[in-house]
Design a protein around this ligand. Sequence first.
Ligand code: HEC
Ligand SMILES: [Cu+2]
Length: 364
Amino acid sequence: MKRTLTQRIVTAAWMVTLGLMLSGCGLRGPQSIVDADGPVAEYQYYTFMVSFYVSLLIFVLVGSLIVYCVVRYRHVGEVTPDTPLPDQGHGSTKLEVCLIILSVCLVVVILVPALKGQFYQGTLQDPTSEVLEINVTGYQWWWKFEYPALGVVTANELAIPTGQAVKFNLKTNDVIHSFWVPRLGGKVDLMPNQSNWLWLRSTRDGTYYGQCAEFCGESHAFMKFRVHSLPGDEFKSWVEHQKSGAREVTDPLALRGKELFKAKQCVGCHQIRPAAGGNLGPDLTHLASRTTIAAGQLENTPENLAAWLDHPGEIKPGNMMQAAFLHSSPQPSWRRPWPGWDNLNIALNQGDIDALVAYLRSLE
Ligand code: HEC
Ligand SMILES: [Cu+2]
């Protein structure tokens, strides 16, 4: 049977597409599990490699048998309706028993490290016996981080001390999210009405990227976070700074921004300590000390802050802040943050935005 030109072109196009797709799979990168750091991620990587090699073995065995049969039995000649059926075999019991035994052995090879890893992950392992606990709460579509023993509250970016085990207590404010820092380990789900936990330890200073790994609504893909792993003394000064209240503002434009923050009801959703505030949105006390805004979606620059205040819904479709601004989408009753919500309509002009940006930028 000769293949037509079209068939050849289609095959070639598939090969090229596949090649291009594979060329996108870099092994190094900010969210690469292959670039594992710390005991949890290394264990997970090891388990992954065991199942990878087992699969590779099966692939090579089965693949070469297929290729062998295709080549060996190609030339059967012309087949017509009158061609007699070849001998009908009914399998070989011996061969089948061997294959079953082989498969069970291969499953056991994967099962042993997987189970060991499960127990390893389920027991906090810490060389320093100073376990740091961080309470993580998932919101559509951002993260709240609280350090109960240290009195720190922050959002979307957290610091951990390098070399020390950290226990993350995970819960959610709304739907199921999943906590994942590919290079350090994961993933554990944040479930409604249930607390889960996981522990991680980094061995190198630097920034690790995290990501929500469970589909949680329109802006799920934009629910990112950053983990800054700091040497001990830098971590201590980070904690001291984050614990403190917001800096006093003196600049007149920033002062006007501070007024607007109350007048425009931002305070209903955001807290800037020591003043009281709501907690439907991220704590902004030290917003300017973070490298990104909107859960890792934008770099923290004055232009991006202004863009966020102007059109948050274009940057992260569906978010609550957008709903308060435009009121284009009436919220279902369970999502109304407070009575009187329906009368809220935050409209900001360019002057308001400039003042608010000046204020927010001062919150180091
Ligand atoms: C109805 C509640 C609500 C109101 C009102 C509101 N916000 Fe927000 N805000 C949010 C939520 C929720 C987020 C997180 C969005 C996300 O990342 O998905 C957010 C995010 C932000 C961020 C980014 C914070 C970060 O750490 O990434 C800034 C800055 C901000 N809001 C400023 C304001 C200002 C200024 C106002 C008043 C003009 C305001 N917000 C009014 C709910 C609100
Ligand atoms: Cu999520």
